[in-house]
Design a binder for this molecule. Structure first.
Ligand code: B12
Length: 222
């Protein structure tokens, strides 16, 4: 696999140009900016957090203030999702053989999936073989998938705090069914609601960012 490169930082002007294009739905301009950053060897983590995450947080603020429509928010998410794929030649260059499997998902009812997708990609960068199941995965299906794929790690993403009961139910069942499996959690719901709800579980670790996760989770190879 190609290792991450020294990052070439992008300027505030690039960010503002990208954000403006994202809000007006100009996919071509957004994809061109991202392609150029990738060609200049930007670190994937910087691309994800400083460009994609920051611009979507701004989109969220504008939506909250009724300055942009829900349709534009959806469009911005869809463009981001497409733009992430431009980084994939750097991420998915390694065959799955010999790597440990991580299942990454959102709990039932949780519709925000870009954060979880980034988690899956950063795990790939660290040699994990990831299965990203996306938003709103039914609990029974997730449990079956963990068994079918002999997963060593389950990473769960939660954005809205009102979905915490569904996450707690999921963690409870995963812990009961697979006592040895490592579970990690993260996402904005914990910034709003704190981490108390998950702290009583054995071997469930909350990470406040993908950077912290990467520093502490280890490689997906022995
Ligand atoms: C796009 C979007 C949507 C889309 C999602 C589409 C999709 N396919 O994902 C749709 C339209 C479905 C949606 C719906 C809703 N949304 Co919304 N949405 C957003 C928006 C604008 C962007 C989300 C996003 O992708 N962010 C970018 C990603 C990269 O950031 P992230 O998720 O935080 O992930 C990073 C870290 O948190 C971390 N991380 C995340 N998960 C994990 C897991 C692990 C293990 C680790 C280690 C790290 C980690 O790593 C990621 C990379 O750095 C946000 C604004 C915002 N501030 O994010 C609002 C936002 C999240 N939404 C919000 C709300 C309120 C809603 C709705 C309730 C609105 C409504 N009334 O219907 C519904 C809830 C739907 C549901 N049941 O889940 C609020 C949440 C407030 C809260 N926490 O309680 C926000 C913050 C907007 C706001 N300013 O109020 N939304």
């Amino acid at each position: 696999m190609v290792q991450s490169q020294p990052s070439v930082p992008f300027t505030e002007t690039v960010f503002k140009t990208y954000l403006a294009a994202l809000i007006r739905g100009d996919s071509s301009r957004c994809l061109a900016i991202v392609k150029e950053l990738i060609d200049t060897q930007i670190d994937i983590r910087d691309l994800y957090t400083q460009l994609f995450q920051s611009s979507l947080y701004e989109v969220g603020r504008l939506w909250e203030q009724n300055k942009i429509s829900v349709a534009r928010e959806h469009l911005a998410t869809a463009i981001t999702d497409r733009a992430m794929h431009l980084a994939y030649p750097r991420l998915f260059a390694e065959p799955p053989n010999g790597r440990k499997r991580a299942v990454v998902s959102c709990a039932a009812n949780e519709m925000h999936q870009i954060g979880g997708k980034m988690v899956a990609d950063i795990l790939e960068l660290n040699h994990w073989d990831t299965h990203f199941l996306g938003a709103n995965t039914p609990t029974d299906q997730l449990l079956t998938h963990i068994e079918e794929e002999s997963a060593s790690l389950v990473a769960l993403s939660l954005s809205v705090y009102f979905n915490m009961p569904s996450l707690i139910q999921l963690i409870t069942l995963v812990r009961e069914t697979y006592p040895g499996i490592k579970i990690i959690v993260g996402g904005q719901a914990f910034l709003y609601g704190g981490v108390d709800a998950v702290q009583s579980f054995e071997a469930v670790t909350y990470f406040s960012s993908i950077v912290e996760m990467e520093a502490r989770i280890g490689k997906g190879i022995e």
